[in-house]
Structure formats: C-alpha cells, structure tokens
Design a protein around this ligand. Structure first.
Ligand code: PLP
Length: 380
C-alpha cells in the first residue's frame, strides 16, 4: 500500500483541473486581479449555495474572524468567551484587537465548547461568545444563542472548518454554520473543505448593516473610493483565487458527501474498539468532517500515531497544546503565573488524533486504515 496522506489535493481536484486552469486563464486575460468579476460572482454563488444573505470575501480565515469582531464595535477591553481547545487564530484575533479571550472547557466527546460552562464564565465585562465548529461539526448553537440572548452577548462563529455544515435552529429552520449567530468567518486555506490555491476567507452574516460595515472594514474603512469613514484593514480575496473557488464550489456537496461516507465507515469500524472513542454526534447537528478525529482510551496516543506512520498512514494531532497553556494566551502573558486548568481540553490535547478523511480516499485505502488501526489497538 502506497503512503496515505492526510490530504491529496491533486487527486481531489483531478476532475476539475481543466476547468480550474481555464478559470485562471480567464482572469489573467481580463487582468482584473483585485476586486474582479470573479470575486463578485463567487460571492453570489456562495450566498446562494449556503442560502445566506451576505458573504464578504476577504484575505484569509483569520482576517474574516478579525473583521467580524471589528464590525461588532464591542466595548474596549471587553471579554469574549471562547473554547480552550481550538486553533490559535480564534484567540489570537480577540487578543490582537484588545479584547480578552476568556477560555471555557469543551465537551470531551463532541470536542466543542460546552454551553453549560458559558454562564459561570460571564462577568459584567463579557460582551460576546465565540464558538468554534471544530473539525466541521457545529457547536450547540441553540444553547449558545439562548444564553447570548439572556445575557445580551454577541455571537461570532469561527466556521473556518465548517463550510456547508448547518443545523436546525429553533423556530427558524436550518441555518448554515457561520450565519447562525451575529457574524462568522470561513477559511479557504488549501486544506479546508473548500480550499483555494493560496489564502482566502469570507465573512458571513444575516445582517445587512453588519455586511456593509464589514465590507467597508475589509477595504480600508472606505465607504466610497477615497472616503475613509473607519480605520479598516486591507483584506481582499484575489480574483484568481475567487475564480478557482467558484469551480471548486460546484464539487463541494459531492466531496462533503464522500467525507461523511468515509466517516460513517470509520464510526462503524471503531465503535466497538474499546481503546478508542469515536467522535460523538449530537442530534440535529451536522458534521462535514473537515477532520475525522478519534480519542485514545488507556493507550498512548503518540505511540499510535507513530505506528500508523510506520504503516504508511499519516495521522495528525489537532491540537497538541490547548490555548490556555500557550505562552501567548496564558493569563497575564506569563507562563510563570498560576495556570488555568481545563481538564477536558487537556485530555483532548493528549489523546486526540485525526486520520485521513479526504474525499479522494478509495474504499481500499479506507479499509486498510481501519484494519491497521484496529490491529494496532488490539496488540496493546
Ligand atoms: C484554518 C482556521 C482558521 C484560520 O484560517 P486561515 O485562513 O488560515 O487564516 C481559524 N480558525 C480555525 C478553527 C481554523 O481551522
């Protein structure tokens, strides 16, 4: 068996290759590299695909989150509640803008922010909550929206890993991840479910007012050309990237279906493996399996990842250090001060590992991964 990587973008995009090359060529011929036609059409296509009223393309997912927060005009120094277990970008933008990330623990089975822990973390300075739809599964947004409404908090969704996911929101029907709260961000980093051939991102919101404001912030705070009403940033999606994303968007549903299919095979194969916990699915909450992530039980995670590597299977650890233990985010910025303790985030950092779930995997590769993992576990 040839080595199985976490990603195989060549194989994934193989059938789209001609269309993508043509799309790039069209932009090159037109020469509208910045804010070109392809950016406008991608924006419309994504709005219609996700059934959301407003998409604002921007430079990358981190910018999308930063601009989302900026557009809310939160009180200076306010506290934003966010999970201790995520990619650093979530906490980074909060702190960069002068707000305080207030970490709460996650549910050890869904890996997402535990809504029960939000209320105890609320203080008079709390202004927002920023859930992350980790690995592609929506956080429990019904519970989060209810708490936010009761405590007058804004909701910013880090939907970087969850494009195309969604969930039933009480009384409102199905809403796409990212557009459930006030505002949210997607990433088109090449490895994401909808990946560009470089950096890219988008802000998503149901609010026209926030959309206009966020669009202006992303363009140097301009309201008209050379009229700068706000201090903004320069964060644009390149026309070439937009043209590529438009082609790739046409294949997204199909690719997500394949991810779900593979995840289902994994779930069935590992459900009775006592050394592993499969990712828990909450009822009514969609999962687009950006990652398929398992947790080891009573066996050494690093040893498993090592053995998979020796058997020609790539596996990755997302994420080996929780945010509350990162030097940049330790309270007062110093690791010497008393550390916060979030047992579930710490447990996950020591026990999770993600295995290939990309849509170009063949059934044969999936079976090889299943057999290898079950064998490694039964030998322990
Ligand atoms: C990828 C990612 C981001 C950042 O996206 P970039 O496009 O790399 O800036 C933010 N949050 C999470 C959870 C991510 O996975």
């Amino acid at each position: 068996m040839d080595r199985i990587e976490m990603l195989d973008l060549n194989a994934e995009d193989f059938s789209l290759r001609d269309q993508i090359n043509k799309a790039i060529e069209t932009v090159v011929e037109r020469g509208d590299f910045i804010n070109g036609l392809s950016v406008k059409s991608f924006r419309k296509e994504l709005e219609s695909y996700l059934n959301v009223p407003h998409i604002i393309p921007c430079g990358n997912g981190t910018d999308a989150l930063q601009i989302s927060i900026m557009a809310l005009d939160l009180p200076p120094g306010g506290e934003i509640i966010t999970p201790a277990f995520s990619y650093a970008a979530t906490a980074e933008v909060i702190k960069l803008l002068g707000y305080k990330p207030v970490f709460v623990d996650v549910d050890p089975n869904t890996f997402n922010l535990d809504p029960n822990l939000i209320v105890p973390a609320i203080t008079e300075n709390t202004c927002a909550v920023m859930p992350v739809h980790l690995y592609g599964q929506c956080a429990d947004m019904n519970a989060i929206l209810k708490i936010a409404a009761n405590h007058n908090l804004k909701v910013i969704e880090d939907a970087a890993q969850a494009i195309g996911a969604g969930m039933e929101i009480y009384g409102k029907g199905r809403i796409a991840a990212g557009a459930i709260g006030d505002i949210g961000g997607f990433s088109f980093f090449p490895s994401k479910n909808l990946g560009a051939y470089g950096d890219g991102g988008a802000i998503v919101t149901k609010s026209e007012e926030l959309a206009v404001y966020a669009h202006s912030i992303a363009n140097h705070g301009q309201t008209k050309q050379y009229i700068h009403k706000y201090v903004g940033v320069n964060s644009r999606l390149d026309s070439i990237q937009a043209a590529i994303l438009s082609v790739k968007l046409t294949a997204l549903s199909q690719k997500v279906e394949r991810r779900k299919q593979i995840a289902q095979l994994y779930n069935e194969a590992f459900a009775s493996n006592e050394k592993l916990a499969i990712p828990e699915r909450s009822k009514g909450i969609e999962h687009v399996y950006h990652q398929y992530t398992l947790r080891t039980k009573g066996i050494n995670r690093d040893e498993i990842v090592d053995l998979l590597d020796k058997n020609n299977i790539s596996a990755r650890i997302y994420y080996p250090t929780p945010l509350h233990l990162q030097t940049a985010y330790v309270e007062n910025g110093s690791s010497a001060v008393k550390k916060l303790h979030f047992p579930n985030a710490e447990l996950l950092a020591e026990t999770v590992f993600s295995i290939p779930v990309h849509p170009a995997l063949t059934d044969e590769q999936v079976n090889y991964i299943i057999e290898t993992i079950n064998k490694i576990c039964s030998d322990r």
